[in-house]
Design a protein around this ligand. Structure first.
Ligand SMILES: NC(=O)c1ccc[n+]([C@@H]2O[C@H](COP(=O)([O-])OP(=O)(O)OC[C@H]3O[C@@H](n4cnc5c(N)ncnc54)[C@H](O)[C@@H]3O)[C@@H](O)[C@H]2O)c1
Length: 451
C-alpha cells in the first residue's frame, strides 16, 4: 500500500522505515529542510538502534522516500499519517500550563484539507488530548476546496519506546485504532496496513476516536505512576534499611503487577511521560475532574530528580570548586534524546552551586552541547567538559554520578575508575552496581532506596 507520513521524528521516521520494510511504499514529509536533506543523503538525524540499516535498505530498494513537498505527500497516498510533535505549550516558560501545543497537527490538517482532491484516510499518530481527532476532522472539512469530498479520520496512537523503537513498532503488544461510527472503509484500510503485525495475542483493537486517544494518555500515566510509586517508596526504604531493588523483584513476580517500570531511579524524562501527564492534568482540570493521582505522579517525579542534589549535598554541603563527573546525559539508554532528561536538572543545579562538571554519554553529547550553547543562564555550557570515554571523566574528580544506565557504564573496570578519582564518592542513580562489591573497592557508595 502507499502511505504518506507527515513528521520524520522519533515516531514518524521509525514508522516510515518499518512500514517500508513490511513492503509498503512510503513517502515521509517534513518541514525541516536540513533533516530532509540529510535523509536524502542517507544520514540519520538521530540515534535509534537498528534504524539506520532499515532506512538504507528501504531507500535503496525504492520503498522509502523523503520530501519537503506536502502537496506531493497528499497526492502520493490514500492513507496519510500525522506524526508531528505535540510538545507542551511554551507561551509562559516559567509556569507552563501543561496544555499540549497542537499547532503542528492542525497545520498538517489544514494543508491536507486545502490540497485533497479525492477520498483519503487521515490517521493521527501524534499523542493528543481526547477529542483532538474530531477537531482534526473539522479543520480538514473547513479547508476543503470541494466541500462534498469524503474522507475518513482515524486515531492510531503509537506506543513505541525510544531505544527499542524499531522492535516495539514491528512487534507491538497491541495496535489501537479509533475510528468513527460505521466507517467500514477506514477499518478495512487499517487492517490492511497492519496486516503483517497483527497476531492472535497481539490484536488490533478498534474503538471510537476519543477512547483511542485516551488509551494513549492512560498508558503513559499508568507506566509513569509505577515509576513514581517506586521512587516514593525508595525514600521509605532508605529510612528503614529495606532494599528497593528486591522490593521491585518481590512485587514484580506477582502476575497482577508485572516486573517492568518498577525500577527506582532519578525520575522519568523524555518526550512523552512528562508532557503527556501534564497535558492530561490540564485537560482533566479543564473538565472540572479531580486529578489527585495524576498530579502526584508528576510532583513525585520532579522531587525525585531534585532528590539527587540532596544526596550530593549530603556528601559535599559546599560544592564550590568541586569536580563532579556525570555518566550519561540522555533520558534513558540507547537514545540521544535529552528532552526532560534528569541530567539537565542535576547538572544545572551543580553548576549553580559552583561545581565543575565533566561528562560522557555514548550518543547524547552533541544534543546536550547544542542545548547548553543556547542557554545564556549557563554561560553557553562553557563550564562543562565533554570527555571521550568514561575513564576520562573519572580522572581527578571528587564525585561520580551515574545518571543514565548505558551498558558502557556497567561493563567497566570500577577499580581503575576508583584509583583515578581524587575522592572515591559514587552516586548510582540507577542501582547498577552491587553495594557490597563496590564498597569493597573502597567507594563511598550511595544508591537509590538501598542502604
Ligand atoms: N518519541 C517517542 O518516544 C514517542 C512515542 C510515542 C508517541 N510519541 C508522540 O508522537 C509524536 C511525534 O513525536 P516525536 O518524538 O517523533 O517528535 P519529534 O519532535 O522527534 O518529530 C516531529 C517532527 O515533525 C516535524 N513537523 C513539524 N511540523 C510539521 C509539518 N507541518 N509538516 C511536516 N512535518 C512537521 C518536525 O520537523 C519533526 O521532524 C508526538 O505527539 C509524541 O508525543 C512519541
Amino acid at each position: 500500500m502507499k502511505i504518506t507520513i507527515f513528521g520524520t521524528g522519533y515516531v514518524g521516521l521509525v514508522q516510515g522505515a518499518c512500514m517500508a520494510d513490511l513492503g509498503h511504499d512510503v513517502l515521509c514529509i517534513d518541514i525541516d529542510a536540513e533533516k530532509i536533506k540529510k535523509l536524502n543523503k542517507g544520514q540519520i538525524p538521530f540515534y535509534e538502534p537498528g534504524l539506520s540499516d532499515l532506512i538504507t535498505r528501504n531507500t535503496k530498494q525504492g520503498r522509502l522516500q523523503f520530501s519537503l513537498d506536502a502537496n506531493k505527500g497528499i497526492e502520493f497516498a490514500q492513507t496519510i499519517f500525522i506524526a508531528v510533535g505535540t510538545p507542551q505549550t511554551t507561551t509562559d516558560k516559567q509556569s507552563p500550563s501543561g496544555q499540549a501545543d497542537l499547532s503542528a497537527v492542525f497545520t498538517v490538517a489544514k494543508v491536507i484539507g486545502e490540497n485533497m482532491k479525492e477520498y483519503k484516510v487521515i490517521v493521527n499518530k501524534s499523542t493528543v488530548p481526547p477529542l483532538t481527532t474530531q477537531k482534526v476532522r473539522r479543520v480538514i472539512q473547513e479547508n476543503l476546496n470541494q466541500k462534498e469530498l469524503k474522507f475518513s479520520i482515524v486515531s492510531n496512537p503509537e506506543f513505541l519506546k525510544e531505544g527499542s523503537a524499531v522492535k516495539d513498532f514491528l512487534i507491538p503488544d497491541r495496535i489501537v485504532a479509533g475510528i468513527e461510527k460505521d466507517d467500514k472503509q477506514a477499518k478495512k484500510i487499517m487492517l490492511k496496513i497492519y496486516d503483517s503485525l497483527v497476531r492472535a495475542d497481539k490484536p488490533i483493537m478498534f474503538t471510537d476516536t476519543t477512547t483511542s486517544e485516551t488509551i494513549k494518555y492512560a498508558a503513559n500515566a499508568m507506566l509513569a505512576s509505577k515509576i513514581s510509586f517506586m521512587n516514593e517508596l525508595s525514600h521509605y526504604a532508605e529510612k528503614t534499611g529495606a532494599n528497593i531493588k528486591e522490593i521491585a523483584r518481590g512485587i514484580g513476580l506477582d502476575n497482577r503487577i508485572g516486573p517492568r517500570f518498577l525500577q527506582a531511579g532519578c525520575g522519568y524524562g523524555g518526550a512523552c511521560f512528562p508532557k503527556d501527564i501534564q497535558s492530561l492534568i490540564y485537560e482533566m482540570k479543564e473538565n472540572n475532574v479531580d486529578c489527585e493521582i495524576m498530579s502526584a505522579i508528576e510532583s513525585v517525579n520532579l522531587r525525585q530528580k531534585q532528590s539527587i542534589i540532596k544526596k550530593v549535598n549530603q556528601i559535599f554541603p559546599d560544592l564550590e570548586g568541586k569536580k563532579i563527573g556525570i555518566w550519561g546525559l540522555s533520558f534513558k539508554p540507547n537514545t540521544d534524546d535529552i528532552r526532560e532528561a534528569p541530567s539537565k536538572i542535576i547538572i544545572k543545579d551543580l553548576l549553580e552551586q559552583g561545581a565543575e562538571i565533566k561528562t560522557f554519554d555514548p550518543e547524547a553529547m552533541d544534543n546536550f552541547k547544542t542545548e547548553f550553547l543556547t542557554d545564556p543562564d549557563f554561560n553557553g555550557g562553557a563550564d562543562i567538559v565533554y570527555c571521550q570515554n568514561p575513564y576520562e571523566v573519572a580522572k581527578n574528580i571528587d564525585l561520580l554520578i551515574l545518571v543514565t544506565e548505558w551498558n558502557a557504564f556497567k561493563e567497566i573496570d570500577m577499580e581503575k575508575i576508583k584509583n583515578s578519582m581524587q575522592e572515591a564518592n559514587l552516586i548510582d542513580c540507577r542501582n547498577v552496581y552491587k553495594p557490597q562489591e563496590i564498597k569493597e573497592l573502597g567507594f563511598n557508595y550511595v544508591s537509590i532506596g538501598r542502604e
